[in-house]
Write a protein that binds this ligand. Structure first.
Ligand code: B12
Length: 256
């Protein structure tokens, strides 16, 4: 018997968001609109959402958290669809392994401890993302990298300036660098990430390390453009990062 998944995708490769039924296009979005009158704000929100290609607009919530700024939660049905066969995601190259598989792979390749340094850089104090990858307690039922036998992890925490991070990389003889960036205001995250790459290059260290960044607005494409080996965004689990590290580490060793 065919699985439900196969039955659904046999029907169409063109999909819309799923709300109550397949391809009904239902989405929810929230935003804040400046306006001097509540009813003008509501009508304006509807016009704006229609312009986004959403029909049957329903205003679920309207609040005025501060004077002349209206916060909306809106539902509606997207008119657009996406062709799954045309979408080519740019993602880090690795085979997903479990913690045990990573440790076994390391052992088979004679790797004892890979030194990993992690930090949230610049003025950014969002550490939950990085901690979920590094801390023993981990994320989504998986243990973090600190629990892996083949890794020695130094988590430097929040607000580490790129120059200080480079000093620590030298001091700890780090082989893998994990940086986290969440705040995107005025593209601060890009500036911080680029500064780190520039400093590593200036010190002649860039090619000696596996350099990975992550955060809610990061993806692999952006990371590669900035000079990183990989970028991981929302939904990443520790074993994704561990698999990428161990496979790339072994690959590099073979190339030397
Ligand atoms: C918790 C939180 C805080 C806490 C942070 C506490 C802490 N110790 O981390 C506090 C209260 C300190 C805070 C402060 C601020 N925050 Co805040 N915060 C959040 C919040 C609610 C959750 C973030 C979070 O923890 N997510 C959970 C983790 C698990 O998800 P994640 O970070 O995406 O991580 C995953 C992946 O991205 C990836 N990943 C992340 N990092 C890395 C690194 C590597 C190497 C790898 C491989 C993977 C990886 O793996 C993780 C697991 O899958 C978000 C809103 C939201 N709901 O997302 C706002 C949010 C991030 N904050 C925001 C803002 C604006 C601020 C402040 C500027 C507010 C202010 N005006 O003061 C300050 C900034 C302080 C500073 N100097 O950085 C904005 C950011 C907007 C933007 N894009 O710039 C958000 C989106 C809220 C909003 N909607 O406005 N915040």
């Amino acid at each position: 018997m065919k699985k439900l998944k196969d039955q659904l995708f046999e029907k169409t490769r063109f999909v819309k968001p799923y709300g109550d039924s397949f391809n009904d296009g239902i989405v929810q979005l929230s935003f804040t609109l400046p306006a001097t009158d509540k009813y003008v704000a509501i009508e304006s929100a509807k016009v704006l959402v229609s312009k986004m290609g959403i029909k049957d607009v329903k205003i679920a919530t309207v609040e005025e958290p501060i004077e002349n700024f209206y916060f909306f939660v809106v539902y509606g049905s997207v008119i657009h669809e996406v062709d799954l066969e045309q979408v080519k995601p740019i993602i880090p190259e690795y085979e997903k392994m479990s913690k045990e598989e990573v440790e076994r792979y390391a052992k088979e390749h004679g790797i004892e401890k890979i030194v990993i340094v992690g930090a949230t850089i610049g003025t950014d104090s969002h550490t939950v993302g990085l901690d979920s990858i590094l801390n023993v307690k981990g994320f989504k039922g998986e243990k973090g990298l600190e629990a892996y036998k083949c890794f020695k992890v130094y988590n430097l925490g929040p607000q580490v300036m790129p120059s200080l991070l480079v000093e620590k990389i030298k001091e700890l003889k780090a082989e893998v660098i994990l940086v986290s960036q969440t705040i995107t205001q005025r593209n601060m995250h890009l500036k911080n990430l680029t500064e780190l790459v520039d400093l590593l290059e200036a010190e002649g260290l860039r090619d000696d390390v596996i350099l990975i960044c992550g955060g809610s607005r990061i993806d692999h494409k952006v990371a590669k453009e900035l000079g990183y080996d990989a970028g991981f965004g929302p939904g990443t689990t520790p074993s994704d990062v561990a698999s990428f590290i161990i496979q790339n580490y072994v690959k590099r060793k073979k190339e030397v």
